[in-house]
Design a protein around this ligand. Structure first.
Ligand code: NCD
Length: 306
């Protein structure tokens, strides 16, 4: 089911695949702070051409907890890329050293390009504004784990739905899990891409676009908050216009359901105020901690196959 597979988009997976992954992740939680020697002798290359904290460290932690080893680069200026080496050559080389490659790159399609070149499985850890499949796995795992399932829930996604790849993958995954309803909450300028809207329509996901969080908050079971992706704006003046246009505070949460779950892929900038962290709604640090067991499960399934 998973063995030897590339992970480019969350849409590469069926619901059955993802539930298998979640059950495996549930098992891996037992070892997330210790070790289980399943991938001894295997090497994972982590090629991060863009900044990362959680994604890189949780992949690294996951591989080490499984008894494997990692090759990491995140400072591109210290590799031969600074000498002008092209992506294809870098991938060819990593492919010859490692059993699987995790790649994050600013160019959309970089991971699928790497997957064409490499024989080893390639895992997309973010390609520009496009996809972030393993983040979506963690996001839906958190919901599945904490709420017992996804069907019947009303989900809201707040923020930069235009440039945010974590938001895009989360929204695309709604076609797999089919929540009761999906609210896409964003300033007009940061609306979800037209091709994603069309995709939702083709897959009969019931979605509503709005700019007003307060109006819809009371109906939500899950609120997925994202930051404005400042670095992806072609024109910074455009960013200045939307900067600070939404913020979740403990004050607005008086309109929330008792058991609302707030998620965020992190890093948080100013879109969730710190006073929310201590409320019962805040699940984003727990969600980040699930990054390790979910990535352990994924690596186990891809590299060991049982
Ligand atoms: C996200 C990313 O890199 O797209 N971060 C992450 O992997 N948790 C979200 C973001 O940077 O806003």
């Amino acid at each position: 089911m998973f063995k030897g597979r590339d992970v480019i988009s969350i849409l590469d997976f069926t619901k059955e695949d993802l539930i298998t992954l979640f059950k495996e992740a549930r098992e891996m939680e037992k070892y997330a702070k210790s070790r289980i020697n399943i991938l001894q002798g295997k090497v994972l290359a982590l090629a991060f051409f863009e900044p990362s904290t959680r994604t890189m460290f949780s992949f690294q932690t996951a591989m080490l907890r499984l008894g494997g080893s990692v090759l990491v680069f995140s400072e591109v200026e210290k590799t031969s890329i600074a000498k002008g080496e092209n992506l294809g050559d870098t991938i060819r080389m990593l492919d010859s050293y490692a059993n699987a490659i995790v790649i994050r790159h600013r160019i959309e399609g970089a991971a699928s390009y790497a997957a064409e070149i490499a024989e080893s499985p390639v895992i997309n850890a973010g390609d520009g504004t496009h996809h972030h499949p393993t983040q979506a796995m963690i996001d839906y795992y958190t919901i599945w784990r904490e709420k017992g399932g996804i069907e019947g829930l009303t989900l809201g996604v707040l923020g930069d739905l235009k440039y945010g790849r974590a938001a895009s993958s989360f929204i695309l995954a709604s076609t797999i899990f089919k929540p009761k309803k999906l609210y896409l909450i964003s300033p007009q300028e940061l609306r979800v891409k037209p091709e994603i809207r069309e995709f939702l329509e083709e897959h009969n996901v019931k979605y509503v676009e709005t700019q007003n969080l307060k109006e819809v908050l009371g109906g939500l079971d899950v609120l997925y908050v994202t930051r404005i992706q400042r670095e992806r704006f072609p024109d910074l003046a455009e960013y200045e216009k939307v900067k600070g246009s939404y913020r979740v505070t403990s004050n607005i949460l008086k309109y929330a359901k008792e058991d609302l779950m707030i998620l965020h892929p992190l890093p948080r900038v100013e879109e969730i105020s710190f006073d929310v962290d201590v409320t019962r709604y805040a699940y984003y640090f727990k969600q980040a901690s699930y990054g390790v067991p979910v990535r352990m499960a994924l690596l186990k399934l891809i590299l060991s196959g049982d």
